[in-house]
Write a protein that binds this ligand. Sequence first.
Ligand code: KG4
Ligand code: ZN
Length: 351
Amino acid sequence: MIVLGIETSCDETAAAVVENGTRTLSNVVVSQIDIHREFGGVVPELASRKHVESISMVISKALSDACVDLHDVEAIAVTRGPGLIGSLLVGIGAAKGLSYALNKPIFAVNHLHGHLFASWLDNDQMEFPFLGLVVSGGHTSIFEVRTPLDIEIIGKTRDDAAGEAYDKVSKLLGLGYPGGAIIEKLAEGTSTNGLRFPRALMEPRNLDFSFSGLKTAVLRYSEKIFANRYEKKIPGSFQQITPLEPSSDDCHHIQKIAAAFQEAVIDTVVKKLFMAVEIRKSTRVVVCGGVAANRALRNRVISEGLDRGIDIILPAISFCSDNGAMIAARGYFLYQEGIADSLDFGAKSRW
Ligand code: KG4
Ligand code: ZN
């Protein structure tokens, strides 16, 4: 069963061909990071225009990399939301056109369910039920996935997502966009020297997250340490530090802040994840989404899973950030359940 998966919810134009929901025959991702970097975040109008330019080429390459012809495709899966409406519509339009022209079923996929089903890619050991932590730029949520159609959200962020906190902290420290990989690198092997930022909502049985207080704590601390480096031009808005000389004392401070920030994020998500494991008596855990590419997070989840005898499934790093293969994997399960969509569905910014 060959499924073509298409993903354009944010700033990656992606398509992939997946066989039987697990075997990845191709996975093409064209990132727009270079375009958005100078703005310090994704500019929706630029994103949708770029998707329009790239989508046909990305789909053609996914088919040719997989050595399949359009007529070999048996179903089309596409991200319906949540995401940027203009961006989503580009993928949805392409998918509907193909579905109509080829007379093949179309499956509208929830992007977060796509991240969860990345755990099936190139992994024939995967089984239901499982607990899934999605940590990305837009979401930080815990799901209990009992069957393909029985998916319950049991915790989510009340404000910023974990990846969004990485991006905002990186921006306020003048480090660039996107912040995740930059902060991970600075934090690697760096001691926090006792610097500790707050962890929010840690009371027992609370599975919700909040990262905006952490971000503000980093800002307040940085303002104190780098008092002379902040340009106070826009009252109340996030200020960016002026660039630093490499290996100055200030750089050591930045590294320490990055390490303490990352420790607070990882500590929070891991404690909440295993709190959920205990509450739901789960034995299998999936950690996915862009932030799941973080090696410190991966190592901590693996070691705590080992201590508790819990199976930990971490999708390959290339399947953590947004991609079409995870959408195809999810589409395959919808196909098996007979849940095809008609051609009149629209994009959903929230879902
Ligand atoms: O899943 P994703 O590609 O897009 C969304 O659905 O949001 O996640 C992107 C997010 C960004 O916020 C980025 O900073 C973060 O994932 N990220 C990381 C790492 N790589 C990407 N965060 C922490 N450590 C990383 N290595
Ligand atoms: Zn995503």
